[in-house]
Write a protein that binds this ligand. Structure first.
Ligand code: PRX
Length: 650
């Protein structure tokens, strides 16, 4: 656990829900929680019928006959896009803005629900024209342009399964994901704007597709006017849409048909394709979005996440659209062209709800309060964070400088696997504490347990588990049911979901997340496995052995530190150091590039041969090394430590 969080838990500040906010909030008592506790399957069923427009209403809520392979609403039929688009247009809400999209260079596009539906229908027909049908897998590798949600929805319209791969992944990581799912089509762009530069998406896709025989076509969105290499299998998005028929009826899908898969890092080098299905996922997205963000019809809601991650799926696309919300999408990063960009957008578009990652907040703090003070951000009424623990200092700054001490903050804990938010304050109900995700949403049952699976006492740290199935839960890992069982359901029995996170409750019963307890690290809210980095490094011809760890970083939460043993006869050099870090960036993506790369004559191991990761972490963080008496060769440490301190300017 971070020392800051530990120290903070006892004498923390409490912020009660602002009276003005609570007065109008959707939820201001615990009746939903109570109803769910009394009968959770009945609770979800009732809401499934109220919130979702089904083509065939389900008659069963949960099927738990074969845990952990749970099914929800299994005899129901629906289409997600009908729920996100058509029903609003049919009800007279077609002119409401679905998205105001802002390009990094400053261009804008306002898209109403009616226009979004028209684009989705054409795009869906374009996919059909390319031979894509129900159950086929489509990889989407784009920047944050409107065509990204449109592509996701076009797949959902016809029952194709989307697999969005974040545009920061490198060609070989993209290829791995395409191959694992045997995708038929890739949707990409000629390029993507990022920090004033163009990422050559099409070149990266070409390199990946050369390794992927299942890909039949590449559909290319024009965005940056880059010249791109072209083959007979490449089709411009605008040409395909122009040639496609305008109307595409929504394909009725069984509630348990797969909607999408999204790859995430686990403890091995091979990423896992997390599978989400249609009915339960949509219900989780709709309700959590309403409850946590207290959505009202006139909100201007901005979730800053990229659709390459789960937050973009649930809280940029499916939840907000199904709730008929007006959203903002910004193509670029908060740093470009200056750190004022986000505040300028909040001011100009009168954003009311702003949901971002602690890393972004810490970086915005660094830019100084002047950056936000220059703009009128008084339209904001609610703030949120997601993706990593927020340190109390950042929380308080957010509360004071952005929220004007008027906006509740929702610190939302969840995972790619959970599909939607699991733990969060409810803004009109919960007394918040900087750094705590407070407690479960209605229907969820978090239990913090010890190594044996017994619930720990208040104040004790343990493993966070979820002990009751929920509609938006993952259904499996693509193509690997056994890995699904082994990863999440083996540790404490097949009805207890193991999250991989540590947590603790305080004396009020509020939950504090303590970080991952496995080999997954969280860099700037991006989940990366240390094994993935190690296997990339040992793939370099100069490397004999490697260890990667997460070390504290003031902005990114964690940074990657890699320790490398070179092969015999290879000499250390600064060029090689840069080359090795660059190798990881080319293999996985720039966000996985080690911030600190150290040459080690040997890795510190215990006498029984285990790498001493704790010691490596202390070296990377410049901390006291503590007891090293169990080491095979204590002298090694001093050499590595001296190099670390030099690299980090200590
Ligand atoms: O360790 C937790 C951390 O992010 C992990 C999930 O990562 P991912 O699947 O990429 O989804 C991120 C967005 C939902 C979790 O296992 N995490 C996420 N939210 C929080 C968090 N840690 C602390 N506090 C949070 N609010």
């Amino acid at each position: 656990m971070s020392d800051a969080i530990e120290a903070h838990m006892d004498e923390t500040r409490r912020v009660a829900p602002p009276a003005e906010f609570a007065k109008h909030a959707r939820i201001h008592d615990r009746s939903l929680h109570d109803e769910a506790e009394a009968d959770f399957t009945g609770f979800w069923m009732k809401r499934a019928l109220e919130e979702i427009t089904w083509t065939k209403e389900p008659t069963v809520s949960l099927n738990d006959a074969n845990p952990p392979f749970y099914k929800w609403f299994e005899d129901g039929e629906l289409n997600l896009t009908y729920n996100c688009l058509d029903r609003h247009v049919e009800a007279g809400g077609g002119d409401k803005v679905a998205y105001t999209w802002i390009g990094e260079p400053g261009d804008e596009r306002v898209i109403t629900y009616r226009e979004l539906l028209a684009d989705v229908e054409r795009a869906a027909n374009a996919l059909k024209d390319l031979g894509v049908g129900k159950g086929d897998r489509v990889a989407i590798y784009l920047g944050m342009v409107p065509e990204l949600p449109i592509s996701m929805l076009a797949c959902a319209r016809i029952g194709a399964i989307h697999s969005v791969v974040f545009g920061g992944f490198a060609a070989s990581a993209l290829a791995d994901r395409i191959q694992d799912a045997s995708c038929k089509l890739v949707i990409t762009g000629d390029g993507a704007w990022r920090r004033g530069q163009i990422i050559p998406l099409k070149d990266i896709v070409d390199e990946a597709v050369a390794m992927c025989p299942t890909i039949e076509n590449v559909l290319v969105v024009r965005r940056t006017e880059q010249d791109v290499a072209w083959t007979d299998n490449d089709i411009w998005w605008h040409d395909a849409l122009a040639a496609a028929a305008p109307n595409c009826p929504p394909e009725p899908m069984n509630a348990e048909d797969v909607l999408f898969m999204l790859y995430t890092s686990g403890t091995t080098a091979k990423p896992k394709g997390i599978v989400h299905t249609s009915g339960g996922y949509l219900l989780g997205a709709i309700l959590s979005h309403q409850w946590v963000f207290d959505i009202r019809p006139d909100d201007v809601y901005w979730c800053t996440a990229d659709c390459g991650w789960v937050t973009g799926h649930t809280y940029v696309v499916y939840g907000p659209l199904a709730n008929h919300t007006t959203g903002i999408i910004y193509e670029g990063t908060p740093a470009h062209p200056t750190w004022e960009r986000h505040w300028e957008i909040v001011h100009k578009h009168k954003v009311t709800i702003y949901y971002t990652a602690p890393t972004a907040i810490r970086a915005l703090i660094k830019a100084g309060p002047e950056a936000v003070e220059k703009y009128d951000v008084s339209s904001l009424r609610l703030l949120g964070t997601v993706g990593e623990p927020i340190n109390p200092e950042a929380w308080i700054w957010y509360h004071e400088h952005v929220g004007g001490e008027r906006c509740p903050i929702v610190d939302t804990w969840w995972q790619t696997e959970t599909g939607s938010i699991v733990l969060s304050p409810l803004p009109g109900l919960s007394t918040t504490k900087p750094g705590s995700a407070i407690g479960p949403l209605p229907g969820m049952k978090p239990v913090i347990v010890d190594e044996q699976g017994a619930e720990v006492a208040t104040g004790d740290g343990g493993y966070l588990t979820l002990q009751r199935p929920w509609p938006s839960m993952l259904r499996t890992i693509w193509g690997d049911d056994q890995r699904f069982v082994d990863t999440y359901w083996n540790r404490f029995g097949n009805t207890v979901y193991f999250t991989g996170d540590g947590a603790r409750t305080d004396h009020d019963g509020d939950i504090w997340l303590l970080g991952r307890v496995d080999d997954v690290i969280n860099v700037a809210g991006h989940r990366i496995s240390t094994t993935e980095i190690e296997s990339s490094l040992v793939g370099h011809p100069a490397v004999a052995e490697a260890a990667a760890i997460g070390a504290e970083d003031p902005i990114k939460g964690e940074m990657i530190a890699a320790f490398v043993i070179l092969r015999d006869g290879i000499d250390q050099s600064e060029e090689l150091r840069a080359d090795l870090a660059g190798h990881v960036a080319t293999d996985i993506g720039k966000f996985a590039k080690p911030s600190l790369l150290l040459f080690a004559p040997d890795l510190p191991k215990t006498r029984s041969g285990k790498i001493m990761r704790r010691l490596l972490k202390n070296i990377a963080e410049g901390k006291e090394l503590g007891d090293a008496t169990t080491l095979r060769d204590p002298a090694i440490i001093q050499t590595i430590k001296a190099d670390a301190d030099r690299q980090m300017g200590r």
